[in-house]
Design a protein around this ligand. Structure first.
Ligand code: NI
Length: 167
């Protein structure tokens, strides 16, 4: 396994639209394992392949407290979305900043597992938020794109400040 460097906003590669996975092979297994390791190492609850510049439709998620519920979703697709939920979101491509985003509260997602088998999952709460956030990444969209221009400006200022401090 390997830790992968995570693209940081405003890297333009975060805006790329990822391609569907067609080959369910050992390479894909390795990519999933690397994504999960990178997510755990950086204390994230979700990571999209886009964020490590692998432009394929792969996301990993684990919202458990003890890294016990890893999901690797290939070609994930929302097939149902209902209700509304507002969650304070963060993102590994925007370290240290958070913002409230409105999303669907109850979702059903269809995806392939690493063997190519079709799976269906119903998700609510943080899981639903996380899956929508990560699928967005595969379409070149970040949580920043959901914010009003004023909130975007505030978030950028805060990010700049944090980066100045860490230099
Ligand atoms: Ni993110």
């Amino acid at each position: 396994m390997a830790l992968l460097p995570i693209l940081q906003f405003p890297d333009h590669r975060l805006k790329l639209v990822a391609k569907p996975v067609e080959h369910f092979d050992a390479n894909l297994e390795k990519t999933c394992a690397d994504l999960l390791e990178t997510m755990y190492e950086t204390q994230g609850v979700g990571l999209a392949a886009t964020q490590v510049n692998i432009q394929q439709r792969i996301i990993v998620i684990d919202t458990s407290d003890n890294q016990s519920q890893p999901y690797c979703m290939i070609n994930p697709k929302l097939i149902n979305a209902e209700g509304e939920i507002i969650w304070e979101e963060g993102c590994l491509s925007f370290p240290g900043v958070f913002a409230k985003v409105k999303r669907s509260a109850n979702i059903t997602v269809e995806y392939n597992n690493t063997k190519g088998e079709l799976q269906t999952l119903h998700a609510t709460e943080l899981n639903a938020v996380c899956i929508q956030h990560e699928i967005d990444h595969l379409n070149g969209i970040t949580f920043y794109d959901h914010l009003s221009p004023i909130k975007q400006k505030m978030l950028r200022k805060k990010l700049d400040k944090l980066r100045d401090k860490s230099l």
